[in-house]
Design a protein around this ligand. Sequence first.
Ligand SMILES: [Zn+2]
Length: 460
Amino acid sequence: MKKVIVLLLGLIFSTYGYAQNDDEKQIKKIYNQALTKGKAYDWLNYLSNQIGGRLSGSVQAQLAVDYTKAQLDSLGLDRVWLQPVKVPKWVRGTPEFAYFETSPGLSTNVSICALGGSVATPLGGLKAGVVEVQGIEDLEKLGKSKIEGKIVFYNRPMDPTLISTFAAYTGCVDQRYSGAEEAAKYGAVGVIVRSMNLRLDDYPHTGSMGYGDTPVSKRIPAAAISTKGAELLSTTLKLSEDTQFYFKQNCKQFDDVESFNVIGEIKGSEFPNEIMVVGGHLDSWDLGDGSHDDGAGCVQSMDVLRLLKTTGYKPKRTIRVVLFMNEENGLRGGNKYAEVASNKKEKHVFALESDAGGFTPRGFSFDCSDENLKQVQSWKTLFEPYYIHLFEKGYSGADIRPLKDDQMVLAGLRPDSQRYFVHHHAENDTFEHVNKRELELGAASMASLVYLFDKYGVVK
Ligand SMILES: [Zn+2]
């Protein structure tokens, strides 16, 4: 009896070892292919340098749809299509201009940019006194008497002690998103928000903002100021309380326009009705060329399907790449994709998003059950040779979140985040700041995770 058990155990372990060995080999193939014949970097070069910033509703966004569809068409997938979606169209207009004035005629220019969705200033610009706050909660303490007729200057910096810069971003971004809506309630005439950037430099960082249910006539203009500009303005206000701030912007919101999610898929050989999604968002802000946010995630996702194909892997489940439109200022693409999936009663079992920059991958965060996380963690040793070590519960991605149900696994690629917010939503989010190998390692890591989930399935 003992002998039988020992034999059985031996068999189990050798089968397991054999499977591990197969997985090691397949993953090695994926990394080798990505690092020697990867396509992600070339695709990104085109998206960034031939097309550029791809704000929803822009000509560039449409060019990006056409280009990525043509590239997916060339990969020999089973199906490539465009999914129509109406998106908002906001246009920045001519470059913004700002200065502060400590006494008549004595002024200092600072770098600003309109926040996405903001209204324009009056035609001749807006000039007013400034009240600096560390956050929305300060408004109530100050009250209407101190705020009315002023420009509110939100200056709470990102917390440098947080190792995840995304956590630091989350700790600040309410100022950008809701700052104008809240300040308008106290009679402010405009808001200036410190850029979400950990570095001191002269780039203002845009990003979405909303007015909630503020009536159109009560909406006040909102702009981001560079971190250096914010420091200078803050110091100046301490010396001279009566400093006046001037800014001018002529951005405009138009009616919604038609755009598309770009989708390609490889049909599953065993479970074609079980769908696995890998994606990023194709739109970007308009200041840079959106290389890190999120050109990188798009080209990595496209390469995932190519890597599986070129390494000879035949997925059991249907694997889809989805390039979502309008993550930045509306999430219409993510919502539309989930809506269509639900109308068609499609069964999504897994979704992975890359939307945290094209930097060296560290691992993944998972929005899933404990059982599924356990399964992922059992694959840790397969990723060790590639220095991928982070497998934890957490946020997946904005575009795939609308798909969430309690059965599926949602995941986000987690690259090193230390430099991300230097570039995020700013003019310096450009191609030269993406490292080819780092980008390719991300694509290979994603393809490996997709491979494992396809092969072993999600735990139900
Ligand atoms: Zn993004």
